[in-house]
Design a protein around this ligand. Structure first.
Ligand code: BG6
Length: 468
């Protein structure tokens, strides 16, 4: 039985916006739903000099947004939230002393979560410093949470894994991919393995192709410093979209637990045929207009270096060479400045082997059945099929069966809420295993190193022309 045990939740990089935007709201929301989680204590850590009181106020702001009228958790912050600066010379030894003193003062058993809410380039130095200060050695449990991207290619991902494993075992490491925390993504396994009807047609004999699309209408916004070093392949494909692919394509696990599920996902990645340059199309948004408003080109965005060739669009086609999928094309597509924000998976089934309605050709084309899974927004499913239009001479018309989450369940929880709850309870099912990261980088690193051409596309379009 999983439970919330008393612990210290240490946020490294606590002055950044991840803490106020995601972590603090998610922790508060969890505490509102699970009273027993109020045994948690939070320690913010950053370089800047700040008092406990000032940090508490910044954390309370996140609470205030949810409850402008006030919340009893506001008082809770007074004796559960602390701040430690890494500046002023004491560094990680000072942090170790502070952690020991908070644990003693608050009667904590030494259970610790270290959450790296930091720029990726600082991961290695921070992990090394935590290890050198022996912060991972504790009478309770210690868990390390790392945001994506985990490495920037195969070599760096190996090096980062080696470093982390020097101080933490794999069962203590929680590599975050926030897509795995989305309800609609978790539902992929329930949908497949809880409904025998769909699983019985989920293979090359019945499926013609699978398309996974993650479109965003926004541009790079204020994140050019990070994004230009990363690009869509590293930012979206290597992690989020590859996770979606693994969940759609994996075999049924022996048990519904972290090890069994992650082993099946790894096997999918191991079966993907190496990508060739002709399987990949890269693009970058040019200047143009969206809804009548002028939109800057990616290269003109603040912070993007002149002449940058970083891709903001990727479309690639791959094949999974295993018994279930051989010969079925999977296309993965993502882009910024697309017509709308939409994440969807389309499963297109094989057409009927014979068209009975061929004599009436122009009105009786048989369309393939498509299962469209919308992960966001308008979360839900559409199953498309044809019906006979009543009364007409024989005519087929497309219709759909439709399910929408919001009509049944209301608002869905934020991904971070689910993921933080799982970290605190020690459940790794929704986190990425070292071998998943390595296999994913093994697949995409040759593409990253191939210097493929990057084609311009108009903002508000669906990518470079050749994408069609
Ligand atoms: C992040 C990427 O991981 O995911 C962003 O760094 C992207 O570039 C974001 O915009 C998309 O997440 P979501 O949940 O809005 O689809």
């Amino acid at each position: 039985m999983r439970s919330f045990q008393p612990h210290l939740f240490v946020i490294l990089g606590a002055s950044g916006d991840l803490t106020s935007r995601k972590l603090a709201p998610a922790l508060f929301h969890l505490m509102e739903r699970h009273n027993e989680l109020r045994c948690c204590h939070i320690l913010g850590v950053a370089r800047s000099d700040m008092s406990d009181a000032a940090f508490r106020d910044s954390v309370r702001d996140a609470l205030h947004e949810r409850h402008p009228e006030g919340s009893d958790l506001s008082a809770w912050c007074d004796d559960h939230v602390f701040y430690q600066s890494l500046g002023g010379g004491s560094g990680y030894d000072g942090l170790a002393r502070r952690i020991a003193s908070i644990e003693k003062e608050c009667g904590l058993p030494g259970n610790r979560v270290f959450y790296l809410a930091l720029p990726p380039k600082t991961f290695p130095g921070t992990i090394e410093a935590l290890g050198q200060a022996n912060l991972h050695e504790t009478p309770g449990w210690a868990r390390l949470v790392i945001e994506k991207p985990f490495g920037h290619d195969l070599t760096s991902a190996h090096a980062l894994n080696d470093l982390v494993h020097r101080y933490f075992s794999e069962s203590q490491i929680f590599r975050i991919d926030h897509y795995l925390g989305k309800e609609t993504v978790q539902n992929l396994l329930v949908f497949r393995f809880g409904n025998a009807l769909f699983e019985s047609v989920w293979h090359r004999g019945q499926i013609e192709r699978v398309d996974i699309q993650v479109h965003e209408d926004l541009g790079v916004e204020t994140r050019a410093g990070y994004y230009d070093q990363s690009g869509a392949l590293r930012d979206m494909v290597q992690n989020h979209i590859t996770q979606l692919l693994s969940l759609v394509a994996m075999e049924a696990p022996a048990r519904f637990d972290a090890d069994s599920i992650r082993q099946e996902k790894i096997k999918v990645l191991e079966s993907i045929v190496p990508l060739r340059p002709e399987d990949v199309l890269l693009g970058q948004y040019a200047a143009g207009e969206v809804d009548g408003e002028p939109v800057r080109a990616y290269r003109e965005e603040t912070g993007v270096p002149d002449g940058s060739t970083t891709e903001t669009f990727v479309r690639l086609r791959m094949e999974i060479a295993n018994w279930r999928w051989r010969g079925v094309p999977f296309t993965l597509e993502t882009g910024k400045r697309m017509p709308e924000k939409r994440t969807r998976i389309a499963i297109r089934f094989q057409p009927a082997p014979v068209s009975l309605f061929r004599p009436y050709e122009d009105t009786c084309n048989v369309r393939p059945n498509i299962l469209e899974i919308t992960l966001q927004p308008d979360e839900g499913f559409n199953l498309h099929f044809d019906v006979k239009q009543p009364r007409m001479p024989l005519r087929l018309t497309p219709r759909r069966l439709r399910f929408r989450y919001d009509e049944v369940f209301g608002d869905l929880p934020e991904a971070y809420e689910t993921l933080l709850g799982d970290v605190i309870q020690g459940d790794q099912t929704l986190f990425v295993h070292a071998d998943e990261v390595i296999n994913s980088w093994r697949l995409y690193t040759p593409v990253l190193e191939a210097s493929l051409p990057v084609h311009p596309y108009a903002p508000g379009s669906t990518g470079p022309n050749s994408a069609s």
